[in-house]
Design a protein around this ligand. Structure first.
Ligand SMILES: Cc1ncc(COP(=O)(O)O)c(C=O)c1O
Length: 433
């Protein structure tokens, strides 16, 4: 069936009448090439189908939650069993305790865990716990790092007031001197320091945390009594079977989790060490759906796969295959790619592409050939992706490079597209300063 997006266009038209802007946030097609579908019908393994019936090999994994493969059999079986018993009740099912026990047994620094729904819930709770524990105010976050959409951390400032970010100070990720400066500026008032699993900022090369940076963060927190917080919402269980900073042997006091922990079911978590327990106990946090049993059943099944399968090694293998294949194709066609970060969470950017037009056109060509890759956000590889999926992907990307090469001299993204990009860049930068 030839690629088409008629139904998607109709749905967007209808959505515009009843949903502000037709869509919000990172799902908005306003920030992706126009050919990108906004609506999806179903998903299975490493594939998904849009509202027009087009099939894609998926490299976004629902922006992270799909770790093992969409509709993973063990997770779905656990979900079906729990659905027969109940989901939203007056309180949690007893499986919440089992899940918490499993979680703390897997995350080295964790002695307790609080479950919630979105990553933003977990990062906001981390901030509150740090303030409750220290009775101090300042929170240090890395410049451009994303920690959610609440007013204190929203990268877009519209609808927020400066007072909501009054005690948020910025430092440069992986730069110990800059972190030290931020501590100096904050005086004796630092409640917590956020560090992402690794640097995974939009539009930028990715970077793993250096040992020196992570150790400096730990040392400065110990010296001042501040809590060290790792935001593992995106990287959690994708780079390690423990907290991501275990790879540099640094244990935080708090870690925020979400996305992959229930393989797509709505669950996030704040985990903490003994030291932070009283601080966490002292804050009031809740939500109507935080105690749902189905996502917890899904999480127990997901953690079981994380402990007992080679899911991580498989994503590293297919990720490496993709990276090598793309690098050699790019070289063949005379392009230079910057593929950074862990191979299973690849950021794919073109060199000499300041307004991202090459990347935009390349992913759009791959999309209409059945491959869903993001042009400026890190991608994700799930454990259901096979080597033959990667080969099919590389067939599509080879054609996409070939089109790009032919059209390169006249390549001009629509003016509107460039304007959108410029606004996004500007908003991201303004918000982070
Ligand atoms: C590192 C990180 N922290 C926090 C969040 C917020 O998570 P959520 O969108 O589930 O609120 C995200 C979401 O992308 C994230 O990547």
């Amino acid at each position: 069936m030839p690629w088409t997006n008629q139904r998607n266009k109709q749905l967007i038209e209808r959505a515009r009448r009843v949903i502000p802007g037709g869509m919000y946030g990172h799902q908005s097609t306003a920030i992706l090439p126009d050919v990108y579908p906004q609506f999806f019908t179903r998903a299975e393994g490493a594939r998904l189908w849009d509202a027009d019936g087009n099939e894609y090999i998926d490299y976004m994994c629902a922006f992270g939650p799909n770790l093992l493969g969409y509709r993973h059999p063990a997770v779905e079986a656990a979900v079906s069993a729990q659905r027969r018993l109940g989901d939203t009740m007056n309180g949690p099912s007893e499986i919440m305790v089992e899940l918490a026990e499993q979680f703390v047994s897997m995350v080295s620094h964790a002695d307790w865990v609080i479950f919630c729904k979105n990553g933003t819930d977990a990062t906001t709770m981390a901030m509150m716990t740090a303030r409750s524990h220290t009775k101090k105010r300042k929170i240090l976050v890395a410049h451009k790092a994303y920690h959610g959409s609440a007013p204190w951390c929203n990268p877009f400032t519209n609808g927020t007031v400066p007072e909501e970010r009054a005690h948020i100070l910025h430092y440069e990720y992986n730069n110990p001197a800059s972190l030290q400066d931020a501590f100096r500026t904050a005086g004796d008032d630092v409640a917590g320091v956020f560090g992402s699993a690794f640097r995974h900022d939009v539009f930028e090369n990715q970077d793993l945390p250096t040992r020196e940076y992570a150790e400096t963060a730990r040392r400065l927190c110990d010296k001042t009594g501040a809590l060290l917080i790792v935001d593992d919402v995106r990287g959690g269980f994708r780079v390690a079977r423990d907290c991501s900073w275990s790879r540099v042997d640094v244990q935080p006091d708090l870690s925020a989790w979400g996305k992959a922990i229930a393989n797509g079911y709505a669950l996030s978590a704040l985990a903490g060490s003994e030291k932070a327990r009283a601080g966490a106990q002292g804050i009031f946090v809740t939500g109507s759906y935080w105690f749902q049993a189905i996502p917890m059943a899904a999480a127990i099944a997901t953690l079981n796969e994380i402990r007992n399968s080679d899911y991580l090694e498989r994503t590293e293998k297919t990720g490496a295959m993709l990276r090598e294949g793309l690098a050699s194709q790019a070289a063949n066609y005379g392009f230079s790619l910057r593929q950074t970060g862990p191979v299973q969470m690849p950021m794919i950017l073109f060199d000499d592409d300041p307004d991202l037009r090459l990347g935009y056109c390349w992913v759009a060509e791959a999309l209409t050939r059945g491959v869903y890759i993001h042009p400026w956000h890190n991608n994700f590889i799930c454990a259901a992706l096979t080597e033959s999926d990667v080969k099919l992907t590389l067939d599509a990307t080879d054609q996409a490079f070939s089109v790009l090469k032919k059209r390169r001299p006249t390549l001009e993204p629509p003016e509107q597209l460039k304007a959108r990009f410029d606004r996004l860049h500007e908003a991201t930068l303004t918000a982070a300063n």
